[in-house]
Design a protein around this ligand. Structure first.
Ligand code: DGL
Length: 276
C-alpha cells in the first residue's frame, strides 16, 4: 500500500474473517505470533461453504463483513479463507482503501514458495472448488518463477469432513488417500494446503507421503507476514491480555464445539446476525 493510511492506531484490533470456523487456524497462529493484539473474528457460518458459491456472492459477503470490521475500528483485515482471498481480495482492498491494511492468505504463501531455499519444482495445490477453479496459485507462482510446475486439485469433501470432526480416523485416511493418489498429484515434491481448514489434517497428509513431500500450510506463514507488515507500519500492539472476540453469522452448538479443534481450545462464539 503506497498511500498513507488513515490515522490507524496500534491498539486497534485485527479483524479476521472466514466462511466458517476454519479461519480460526489462522487466528490461532496470529494470537501466538502476536500475543499483544486484540482479535475480532467473524465466521460467516450462515453462508458456509464458500467453496461452491459464485464470485459475485463471495464479493458481496466479503464487502459486508469488511464493513462490519471497519465499524469495529480494525486496523487490519485478514481474509482467512482461500476461496474469499482468491475471489474477493481486490474488491475488499478497493472497498477498504486507506481505512485499514488488508491481507489475504494466498500472497504470503506464494512469497514463501518463491523464496524457499530448499529446491521445490513440482508443486501440488489442494483446496475448494472455488479456489482451484480460480487457478490463482498457479498464476501467481508461475508469474514469479515460470520454471515451476503447479497442479491443483479440488478436494471439496475435506471441509465438511473436518468440520464434523472426522480426522485422524479410518474414514479421513480413506478420503485423504483417495484424493492424494489422483494422477494430478503424481510426482509432486511439495503440497500447498490451500484451505484454512487443512492444517488439522496436516499430520495425516504427512503420514500419507511418508515425509517425501513437503507440506506447506498457510497459518504460520500468514501470521509471520502479518507481524512483519505491522512492524513495517509501526502498528504492533503490546497490550496485556487483550480481549479476543469470536462472532458467527449463524450460531449452532456444534460450531462452538468444533472451535476447540481449530483454535486448540474451546472458545465462546457470539452470534452477530449480519444477514438476519
Ligand atoms: N476455509 C475456506 C478456505 O480456506 C474453505 C471453506 C469453505 O468452502 O467455505 O477456502
Amino acid at each position: 500500500m503506497s498511500k498513507a493510511l488513515h490515522n490507524l492506531q496500534a491498539n486497534n484490533p485485527i479483524g479476521i474473517f472466514d466462511s466458517g470456523i476454519g479461519g480460526l487456524t489462522v487466528a490461532h497462529a496470529i494470537s501466538k505470533e502476536l500475543p499483544g493484539e486484540k482479535l475480532i473474528y467473524f465466521g460467516d457460518t450462515a453462508h458456509l461453504p464458500y467453496g461452491d458459491k459464485s464470485p459475485d456472492s463471495i464479493k458481496y459477503y466479503a464487502i459486508r463483513i469488511s464493513q462490519l470490521l471497519l465499524q469495529k475500528r480494525c486496523k487490519m483485515i485478514v481474509i482467512a479463507c482461500n476461496t474469499a482471498s482468491a475471489m474477493a481480495y481486490e474488491t475488499v482492498k478497493d472497498f477498504v482503501g486507506r481505512q485499514a491494511l488488508v491481507v489475504n492468505v494466498i500472497d504470503p504463501v506464494v512469497e514463501e514458495v518463491l523464496n524457499r531455499k530448499k529446491k521445490i519444482k513440482r508443486i501440488g495445490v489442494i483446496g475448494t472448488k472455488g479456489t482451484v477453479k480460480s487457478d490463482i496459485y498457479a498464476q501467481k507462482i508461475l508469474q514469479g518463477n515460470p520454471k515451476l510446475e503447479v497442479n491443483s486439485l479440488a478436494t471439496p469433501l475435506l471441509v465438511g469432513m473436518i468440520e464434523e470432526g472426522f480426522f485422524n480416523n479410518k474414514i479421513s485416511r480413506t478420503i485423504i488417500g483417495d484424493y492424494l493418489s489422483r494422477p494430478r498429484l503424481k510426482k509432486i515434491d511439495s503440497l500447498i494446503l490451500a484451505c484454512t481448514h487443512f492444517p488439522l489434517i496436516k499430520p495425516e497428509i504427512e503420514t500419507y507421503y511418508k515425509g517425501e513431500v513437503e507440506i506447506i500450510d498457510s497459518a504460520g506463514v500468514v501470521a509471520r507476514y502479518v507481524h512483519d507488515l505491522l512492524k513495517k507500519k509501526k502498528l504492533v500492539a503490546v497490550q496485556k491480555n487483550p480481549q479476543q472476540q469470536f462472532f458467527v453469522s449463524d450460531f449452532t452448538k456444534s460450531f462452538e464445539k468444533s472451535t476447540r479443534f481449530f483454535f486448540r481450545k474451546k472458545i465462546r462464539l457470539e452470534e452477530l446476525g449480519l444477514w438476519k
